[in-house]
Ligand binder design. Structure first.
Ligand code: GDP
Ligand code: IMO
Ligand code: MG
Length: 399
């Protein structure tokens, strides 16, 4: 399951909903920059590292592609029933996020000045960067007793404060010792025995390090093709991708956003959709659905099936628009890749091909919902399998 936009598509809700049909849920990318929300009745859970299948009693796997911040993991586990820990397995090959990486993240942002990315400041970029330099411990190295001298020297060259590393390492290895293992082997065993695993992405396709709107992206890969590489499993086990998309667009942090809207209209949409970051609380930038960008995301992920979220939000909005093409210097572009690099210059071409206004989802998919589903299927060449019309778990329709 992957996000098709700029993140926050509602992946947490959809994973929780679908997890019932799986034996395990595995996160495979990103770190605690992610915030995946699950709402059950009046209670709301935000997952940053623990897979969003936690409240469905499933095996919880954190694959090697994830950057693990042990402090966040400990906090999340403290908010879940004690037995959730028994179900958790963290791959020994995972990278770690140290407190120094968080300070490093802030310093890099400061150095960028006006071109700051607006990272979540969770240390994700530095953690993967130090991994690429082969200086950092993996989870298994930390548990075995890691020699931090080279890493500490490197951080000190950058005038970063390393005084907290010793106590951090002691606490982190204590936590991780009980949950570290071989997720790749576990996935292979579960599927080999006829079971199934739901792979949960963080972030969205347009934030992919290689194929997103670089440099305004996250520090890892976010697409379906990364699943086997990140987990260390055969590509044959990765299965069919499901894309999750919101019926309008949001983006947190800086970077081009062709369909962005401002003013009172944006305020209103942000309020109706409660568009505030699940990790940082920042107001999300909001805009209309972008078919050009979505077609690119569908192609990149090989998605044939999608889940659409937040239809209840657009049921409260009149005059909804959809971007079907970009205009760049007088010519019309429908291929996202042709516009990449110049996304901040393109003018969206808007249409109003459906109306969800006033749609009532109480008795199944209403006519406005059917019109929306038909439009998405036709424009993107996909099948809509799930429609979400409220944050609560039960506000979901399977088609
Ligand atoms: P994720 O990062 O993709 O898991 O998405 P987030 O949890 O960061 O953001 C999605 C937000 O929308 C959360 O607050 C969800 O509770 C909420 N949400 C998900 N689906 C729906 C929906 O269909 N309708 C409404 N109103 N809210 C939804
Ligand atoms: P989920 O999984 C939305 C954005 C940040 C910033 C950029 C780089 O909840 O969809 P980073 O901290 O990763 O170095 O920040 O990426 N970003 C997200 N935006 N949802 C997320 O995750 C995000 N994770 C990172 O806002 O623009
Ligand atoms: Mg989120």
């Amino acid at each position: 399951m992957v996000g098709l936009q700029w993140g926050d598509e509602g992946k947490g809700k959809i994973v929780d909903y679908l997890a019932g049909g799986f034996d395990a849920v595995a996160r495979f990318n990103g770190g605690s920059n992610a915030g995946h929300t699950v709402v059950i009745g009046d209670s709301k859970h935000t997952f940053h590292l623990v897979p969003s299948g936690a409240l469905k009693g499933k095996q919880l796997l954190i694959g090697a592609g994830v950057a693990v911040d042990p402090a966040v993991l400990a906090e999340e586990l403290s908010l879940l029933p004690g037995e959730a820990r028994e179900r958790l397995l963290v791959d020994g090959r995972c990278s770690l996020v140290t407190p120094v990486d968080k300070e490093f993240d802030v310093k890099v942002e400061e150095a960028r000045g006006e071109s700051a990315i607006g990272t979540t400041r969770r240390g994700i970029g530095p953690s993967y960067a130090v991994r690429a330099l082969r200086l950092s411990p993996r989870v298994s190295d930390l548990v075995a007793g890691f020699d931090f001298r080279a890493l500490t020297r490197f951080y000190e060259e950058l005038s970063l404060d390393t005084s907290g590393i010793g106590p951090w390492a002691a606490e982190a290895s204590e936590l991780l010792r009980g949950v570290a293992g071989d997720v790749a082997q576990r996935v292979t065993d579960v599927t080999g025995a006829g079971g199934s695993v739901l792979f949960e992405a963080s972030q969205g396709t347009l934030l992919d390090l290689l194929h997103g709107s670089y440099p305004y992206v996250t520090a890892t890969h976010t697409t379906s093709s990364y699943i086997p590489a990140a987990l260390g499993i055969s590509p044959r086990l990765a299965g069919e991708p499901l894309g999750v998309m919101k019926c309008y667009s949001t983006r947190v942090g800086a970077g081009p956003f062709p369909t962005e809207i401002g003013g009172p209209q944006a305020e209103s949409l942000r309020g109706l959709g409660k568009e505030y970051g699940a990790t940082t609380g920042r107001p999300r930038r909001v805009g209309w659905l972008d078919i050009v960008a979505l077609r690119y995301a569908v192609r990149l992920n090989g998605v044939e099936e999608v889940a659409v979220t937040k239809l209840d939000v657009l049921s409260q909005v009149k005059d909804v628009k959809v971007c079907t093409a970009y205009k760049l210097q007088g010519s019309e572009i429908t291929d996202f890749q042709r516009a990449s690099g110049r996304l901040d210059e393109v003018e969206p071409v808007f249409e109003s091909p459906f109306s969800l206004h006033g749609a009532d989802f109480g008795a199944g998919l209403p006519p406005g919902g059917k019109q929306f589903v038909g439009y998405v299927e036709e424009q993107l060449g996909v099948t809509v399998k799930v429609v979400s019309h409220g944050e609560e778990r039960s506000r979901t329709i399977e088609l």
